[in-house]
Ligand binder design. Structure first.
Ligand SMILES: [Fe+2]
Length: 351
């Protein structure tokens, strides 16, 4: 690679003249914005331990009433992007949200797409466009762009969930905003909402017509996800993965981000191939050793992700997962930016 001219090679008077006209030379920065063979990534492999997050989140419950917070969230900020940027990766935001018994988070809707992965607790619910979704551990609940949603909690213990949003992208595009609204009245019967999809391969019809709703399924109960993973893994040497999809279109559940569930049986391991998108890992059950590598380098350990821990890895690295427990299976929730990359024509997998 030939070296290009540097900024300091140019006379200051010339640089001042460029600045005066809102101009700058490309060549000193060209290799930085388009490096050879592989992009430079700001996203740093990062592990957030739930044992670190939980006490601080509970402290937030004492320090800040829900009325003062609206959403009581600790943001999982990737140090490579800087704490103030609220980014786990280029397009993904992660937040750990706490709702205490009797609390509610008022109705709003916003342009960023969001999902919630329930981490602990029973009795909370999210109402999305009138559909009440009970929140049980491991459940995935969608709140797509523009859909009204609010949270409530009728249980007796704290409820915590992991929020995943495409907020960094939507904010970057200068399209991020919210609207506040009145409390919703739950109105949808199970037969008309997410519960209308009891089996893979079957879709409800009215007069033999399929639904035109772009987001027909908002609630993916963990009980069903786990059953499906177990059934698949039994036929595939103990390891299986599933993609959360829109049951009407077969496409990803949301437009920008992809969501997956992965089972590693006792003693099993697998590699996630190097892809252009960053990857989020979150442990629903069990524990898992995480290592990563560039093709030309040796593996680097990120550590063991234990129950409810969350990790982020940049794109263009191979991710090596190993469940070293000889007795217990490991169940992971994964999120990435691959739907967005595909739409932009940027998606690639490196051998
Ligand atoms: Fe929201």
């Amino acid at each position: 690679m030939n070296d290009l001219g540097r900024l300091e090679d140019l006379p200051q008077a010339y640089l001042d003249a460029l600045s005066a006209h809102h101009l700058l030379p490309l060549w000193p920065s060209l290799r930085g914005v388009m490096p050879a063979n592989r992009p430079s990534t700001r996203t740093i492999p990062t592990l957030w331990r739930y044992s670190d997050i939980r006490p601080l989140l509970m402290q937030a419950g004492h320090l800040t009433p829900i009325q003062k917070a609206e959403r009581r969230v600790l943001v999982l900020a990737n140090p490579g992007h800087g704490l103030d940027r609220m980014q786990a990766s280029p397009a993904m935001y992660l937040g750990m949200q706490l709702l205490l018994p009797g609390e509610s988070a008022p109705a709003h809707r916003h342009t960023p797409n969001a999902v919630r992965m329930v981490v602990e607790g029973d009795g909370a619910y999210t109402t999305v466009e009138g559909e009440r979704c009970e929140m049980k551990r491991g459940d995935l609940i969608l709140t797509p762009s523009g859909l009204w949603h609010e949270h409530g909690h009728d249980g007796t213990a704290p409820v915590v969930w992991l929020d995943v949003l495409d907020l960094p992208l939507v904010y970057y595009l200068e399209t991020s905003y919210h609207e506040s609204g009145a409390a919703q009245r739950p109105c949808m019967h199970q037969a008309a909402g997410s519960g209308a999809y009891p089996s893979a391969g079957l879709a409800p019809t009215q007069g033999l017509r399929r639904k035109s709703n772009p987001y027909p399924m908002l609630h993916y109960p963990y009980e069903k996800t786990r059953e499906s993973l177990d059934r698949l893994a039994d036929q595939a040497n103990g390891t299986a993965s599933l993609t959360y999809i829109n049951p009407e279109s077969g496409s990803d559940a949301l437009q920008m981000l992809g969501f997956y569930a992965l089972k590693l049986g006792p003693g099993k391991s697998c590699d996630l191939p190097a892809q252009s998108s960053a990857m989020i890992l979150h442990t629903i059950e069990g524990r898992c050793d995480v290592r990563w590598s560039h093709t030309e380098q040796s593996e680097v350990s990120l550590g063991t992700i234990d129950l409810a821990d969350t990790a982020c890895l940049p794109g263009y690295v191979t991710i090596h997962l190993a469940n070293t427990d000889a007795e217990r299976a490991c169940y992971l929730f994964l999120a990435d930016e691959s739907p967005l990359h595909r739409k932009l024509g940027l998606f690639e997998i490196r051998a």
